[in-house]
Design a binder for this molecule. Structure first.
Ligand SMILES: C[S@@+](CC[C@H](N)C(=O)[O-])C[C@H]1O[C@@H](n2cnc3c(N)ncnc32)[C@H](O)[C@@H]1O
Length: 375
């Protein structure tokens, strides 16, 4: 029997919050067992643990270890790494519970390190490499500047002088790694997201800023009579071709290069904005939503998918995603369903239902039944 991915069904938001709350209490208990300064010292080593996870991926060590147990010196020789430094890095990775290193210098990936393998069924290897990249560390390095100067410019812009999207266009390797990170994270959620919303059985679903089409392909796989439109930057859409072909949906997807900030003309029954609004300020979202509302046929629906973050309720995961948006995107932030509905309403859409899949909210907006141009 094929294994069912853990989160392929929408987990109720309350259950996710309960689970995360419980984990937080266990972690607090572990901290409480130590003097505060010792527990804090360990928290400050979080930066080192994150870098270790990233370097296990980028050095090739995680993939080389794979599912086996190997002599660390032999691995270092095979990968052209310093044996001495490899042993020290793996020792620290053992302390971080990413690997298990035995007394004879043999290493295997621990449970926590498993998803650092590219071929792990729920791999987040590219995400680990992206999140801990020199580019992102430089952006996080500007946090004090943002504290003093405000959310804009982003940490990324303070460090590099451009937006993260322009940076990716100038550094295609980093753009491709980001794209792969998005694919991996979306793949984990895709089953639940595909089930959490009543996607139309027929008609057209348009994924705006849909990356290589990870979510669109999963929806179309469940809706054999539906067609898709995938909108993103031209370079991203080139990468999408092989992915959509491999998913068996290429012939049902029209790839349309377009700018989020104007020029979206696709006619569809449902439009999707997944992890798009959280990349942008309210002002930019108003532009994106206004442009989409103008293109949407009467009665068409828009589904905005982001992590749910209430302003007065910090969340162990969504609050960290919010910090990432602060550091890397211009005015980006995680929002509450009410906030998204207010932005949709200001763009002329009627607020619809709010659904959840785990930490994700699917916030609906509906184009008025009467065509605005007819009034
Ligand atoms: C955070 S990623 C989300 C990708 C995808 N929706 C997902 O959830 O995996 C944001 C996407 O927006 C695209 N994007 C950014 N700025 C854009 C613009 N001005 N016009 C079109 N697409 C843009 C990026 O190329 C990227 O694929």
């Amino acid at each position: 029997m094929a294994a069912v991915p853990l989160l392929s069904y929408p987990v109720p938001h309350a259950a996710v919050r309960f689970g995360l709350g419980l984990r937080r209490r266990v972690q607090a208990l572990a901290d409480w067992m130590m003097p505060a300064e010792a527990a804090l010292w360990d928290h400050l080593a979080g930066m080192q643990r994150a870098r270790l996870a990233g370097v296990l991926v980028t050095s090739g060590l995680a993939d080389a270890i794979g599912t086996g147990r190997h002599d660390a010196r032999e691995l270092a020789r095979r990968l052209g790494l310093s044996a001495e430094v490899t042993l020290r890095v793996l020792g620290a990775a053992d302390a971080a519970r990413l690997v298990e290193l035995d007394g004879s210098g043999r290493v295997r990936l621990a449970r926590l390190g498993g998803p650092l393998r590219g071929d792990h069924p729920r791999s987040i290897a590219a995400w680990a490499a992206y999140q801990t990249s020199a580019m992102n560390l430089a952006a996080y390095g500007q946090l004090e500047g943002q504290l003093r100067g405000g959310e804009q410019p982003s940490g990324h812009r303070l460090a590099f002088g451009n937006s993260i999207w322009d940076y990716f266009a100038e550094h295609p390797d980093e753009g491709a790694r980001f794209g792969e990170a998005m694919r991996q994270l979306t793949t984990i959620d895709v089953g639940a997201l595909a089930r959490a919303y009543p996607w139309p059985r027929q008609g057209v679903i348009c994924d705006v800023g849909g990356g290589i089409g990870t979510l669109l392909a999963a929806i179309l796989a469940r809706r054999p009579l539906a067609r898709g439109v995938l909108i993103d930057a031209p370079g991203v859409l080139e990468d999408a071709e092989s992915f959509l072909r491999a998913q068996g949906v290429l012939d049902r997807v029209t790839r349309q290069p377009a700018n989020l900030f104007g020029g979206i003309e696709a006619q569809a029954d449902v439009y999707v904005l997944k992890w798009i609004l959280h990349d942008w300020s309210d002002q930019s979202c108003a532009q994106i939503l206004g442009g989409l509302a103008a293109a949407m046929p009467p009665g068409a629906r828009l589904v905005a998918i982001d992590q749910h973050l209430e302003p007065d309720r910090p969340s162990p995961i969504s609050s960290m995603a919010d910090l990432l948006m602060l550091a890397t995107c211009e005015g980006g932030r995680e929002r509450s369903p009410d906030h998204v509905h207010q932005m949709m309403q200001a763009a002329g859409l009627t607020p619809g239902r709010v659904r959840h899949a785990g930490l994700h909210m699917l916030v609906e907006g509906i184009a008025p039944a009467e065509s605005r141009s007819a009034t």
